[in-house]
Design a protein around this ligand. Structure first.
Ligand SMILES: [Zn+2]
Length: 413
């Protein structure tokens, strides 16, 4: 058969997803496979069995990343496919697992058809992408790329008081394969979109051009406390009212900048007494954009609004920067390979920005990287209701297969 006619087996992929979903299954049909928990161990064991059944050597690195490399005809840097098997506590069956198991299906398809690539083809499941139990998200990929030391990772304490190093040993995944030993030629990750754009548009393939950057700000508004009954409405320095005006202006700010998101996630007022005009309001704002200039523009606009609204409201405002992660662009060449593969396989596709963080944004710092998104029904994720159809997985895995083959090169058909 011609390599161009090669397709993954949808039923086999779907079956594997079903089996993986039993590890950490919750009564509501969701999955709770928190990093390094007993359920995570069960999922890892199953994945390792599947890799060994393909005749692959499974490497566990020092932070528990699971890695298998299918040799190529040439001893060069591998094309690496990956994602994660951990979930949040209210997780679904697809976030992370879809990417890992689509990668497994790619390897199974090549093995079954006896296709040898020039470059080796690797598959990795990263430890603790979600950051739900140990709040350092993308932990395993950061260690893999040398952004966190192994010792730093081992010393991370979870919300339940456990240490990553101890839990790795407890579940039998404290490996000795050195982090940083592999420098991929390229990295590919298939993931559910976790947003509604592809589902709404009826487009099966999203090609991630950039992963969103974020700026987190905290605003402290100071007014004056006073009596709620005796203070005239035009003679107040109401911190809560000023803060609320700023928050209410966020949708307007977001709509003035392309692809901008702006969210107030925390809001508190003091003294918090029913009959006292608040003297203080503290709230956070999460600004996101995939374009660095636009993200900066959003922050600049926001700061100007805070000053304008607070002076109009007769209060003082102070802004603190809580965090900033710059947007990460994907590799333009890998993006166009994915795009041409989708075209050749007759799947409509669309370029897009990922609004969520992924291991791919860490890998993008060390090698050419891009992501393939498949539709999430109604844009729902981190929920038992998370769902992507078998057809969506099939399309995504076929694009993943042929993108990997183009990057790795085919030795013999
Ligand atoms: Zn994920």
């Amino acid at each position: 058969m011609k390599v161009s006619e090669l397709r993954i087996q949808t039923a086999r992929l779907w079956q594997s997803l079903e089996e993986m979903a039993q590890r950490g299954a919750t009564p509501d049909g969701g999955v709770c496979r928190l990093a390094l928990s007993d359920a995570d161990k069960e999922g890892r064991d199953l994945f390792c069995d599947w890799l060994r059944n393909l005749g692959l050597t499974v490497q566990i690195d020092q932070v528990g990343n699971i890695l298998a490399i299918r040799p190529g005809s040439q001893d060069e840097a591998p094309v690496l496919i990956g994602s994660h098997l951990d979930t949040v506590s209210t997780g679904g069956r697809f976030d992370g697992a879809a990417g890992v198991l689509a990668g497994l299906e790619v390897l199974r398809t090549l093995e079954e058809k006896g296709i040898r690539t020039r470059r080796p083809l690797g598959l990795v499941s990263f430890t603790n992408e979600e950051g739900a139990r140990y709040t350092t998200d993308m932990m395993g990929s950061q260690a893999f790329c040398g952004e966190l030391s192994v010792e730093q990772v081992w010393a991370i304490r979870g919300l339940d008081g456990t240490l990553v190093g101890e839990e790795l040993r407890r579940i039998g995944y404290a490996g000795d394969f050195p982090c940083g030993a592999i420098r991929p030629y390229a990295y590919l990750e298939l993931h559910i979109e976790q947003g509604p754009q592809l589902d709404r548009a009826g487009i099966p393939i999203g090609i991630v051009e950039a992963i969103t950057g974020l700026t987190w700000l905290e605003v402290i508004v100071r007014g004056a406390a006073n009596h709620a009954g005796t203070t005239p409405m035009d003679n107040r320095r109401d911190a809560a009212l000023a803060a609320a005006r700023i928050v209410a202006s966020l949708p307007d700010l977001a709509s003035s900048i392309p692809d901008q998101r702006a969210t107030c996630g925390r809001f508190s007022v003091a003294p918090g007494i029913v009959n006292v005009i608040p003297h203080e309001a503290i709230f956070t704002v999460d600004l996101r954009n995939g374009d660095p200039a636009r993200l900066l523009e959003a922050e600049t606009q926001f700061r100007a609004r805070v000053q304008e609204i607070s002076s109009r409201s007769n209060v003082l405002a102070e802004i603190r920067l809580l965090g900033h992660v710059p947007p990460q662009r994907c590799d333009p060449q890998v993006v166009s390979v994915i795009e041409s593969v989708a075209t050749d396989l007759a799947y409509p596709s669309r370029r897009m920005v990922s609004g969520a963080g992924h291991d791919a944004q860490i890998l993008a710092r060390i090698c050419p990287t891009a992501m393939i998104f498949i539709p999430s029904r109604d844009g729902v994720s981190h929920s038992p209701a998370e769902y992507s159809t078998p057809e969506a997985l099939e399309a995504g895995a076929n694009v993943l297969l042929h993108t990997a083959l183009r990057l790795a090169g085919v030795e013999r058909a």
